[in-house]
Design a binder for this molecule. Sequence first.
Ligand code: NAD
Length: 489
Amino acid sequence: LNENIQKLDGFLERFRETGILNRIAGKDVAGSAGTFANTSPVDKSVICDVAHGTAKDIDTAANAASDAFAKWRDMPATERRKILIKVAEGIEARAEEIALCECWDTGQTMRFMSKAALRGAANFRYFADQVVQARDGQHLKSPTLMNVTSRTPIGPVGVITPWNTPFMLSTWKIAPALAAGCTVVHKPAEASPLSARLLVEIAEEAGLPPGVLNTVNGFGEDAGKALCEHPKIKAIAFVGESRTGSLITKQGADTLKRNHLELGGKNPVIVFDDANLDEALDAVIFMIFSINGERCTSSSRLLIQDTIRADFEAKLVARVNNIKVGHPLDPATEIGPLVTEEHFNKVTSYFDIAKEDGATVAAGGVTVGDEGYFIRPTLFTNANNKMRIAQEEIFGPVLTSIPFSTEEDALSIANDTPYGLTGYVWTNDLQRALRFTDRLEAGMIWVNSANVRHLPTPFGGVKASGIGRDGGDWSFEFYMEQKHIGFAT
Ligand code: NAD
């Protein structure tokens, strides 16, 4: 822990001196509304000042992205590929710095953020390898025509990201946008600006031309809104809350913006009594108590068959009580502090809501110390699906356990939320798994597995969890336009 704290101190020194400036057209630019303070959730101390960007800065950045677009679009694919591979190498070389800064900024733990930084590199490598064929089209012969299709990058795009695993999520959007040939204006979450600054530096050091990736810090209702409304920005790739997704859609209406929305979830993990219960228990724990539970794909509702409920919940309580809450830079820590005071207040408010609704706090339900925003991992039992703890996205290390009796019962509970991001099904009955997954309303489902991401597969949600898919060629569908040309034969 001490070694990590010392290293972090070295990495943060420059930010303390200069603050975090916006980066537009390859230059550091102050925010037109001055600065705002960035604090750490670990001890509430100020980390550094951050440029407070507004509509004015977004306009400068959108113009920079627009000016840089033709050159980046027309650069030979092999050249663009080389630059993106170098970005991946740059991320790998600075992975420790990224992870340490991310933990201090967000409260996420080193245990998970060291892997998330490398996932950022993997995202760049994966999409770099798609650059050469990304624009390939088809030749479709019809009786009187040779029909040719091709794809071209849509233009400058806006990327708006949240504070949970911000580096990994930013690369997940920015890498395919750049690989498609788009230029980018990135508006990172106001609560976690550090790693976005590291990313733009790494990208420029790798040879990304000025203006291809621009970073403007600021708040959603001001800088974020202006990005959605800007006429030179052709599409918005957004990750965040469902209600913000609605705002993004409204704000982009006048300029007919194309939007990709990756939103919230209240994901069920359904455990049938015929499942491998030891493996299911591990997965249930992992999918809600890793990454501080601040994870869109977390399984925050456990649907447990009533025949095994008592035993499974007893084991769960013992495991949850053993989870180590502590300093996020300590490699042994499993759960760090929640990201901000506002989020801490939101998550802890559910401790009372659960009791008022008649559920039992079987584990946790308490805060830890008062130095930072720490809570104990929490399990609510004796819940039903009508309760707010079963319907609302809490977005913390908080699990609600709900019993079911039959397969039909489980399906109707699972589908009875506004959300539909992921689902996890544990059963050894193959036919049941096929029936159940067919009718489960979710964009992504794992059977007898936790969430294991495979980059070529589609990632995204249904219902209030989002519109659109990332991953593989689906990313290029979003960042590119299809063109058809018919040649008379
Ligand atoms: P948020 O919606 O509050 O903020 C996300 C980003 O949107 C921030 O950069 C914010 O400044 C910006 N923003 C806010 N209002 C805006 C507006 N009017 N116009 C433009 N931009 C605006 O979300 P958050 O609290 O930072 O993140 C947590 C949420 O993100 C959770 O709901 C979580 O489920 C979701 N999330 C989803 C996925 C996914 O892939 N589906 C992944 C991670 C997080």
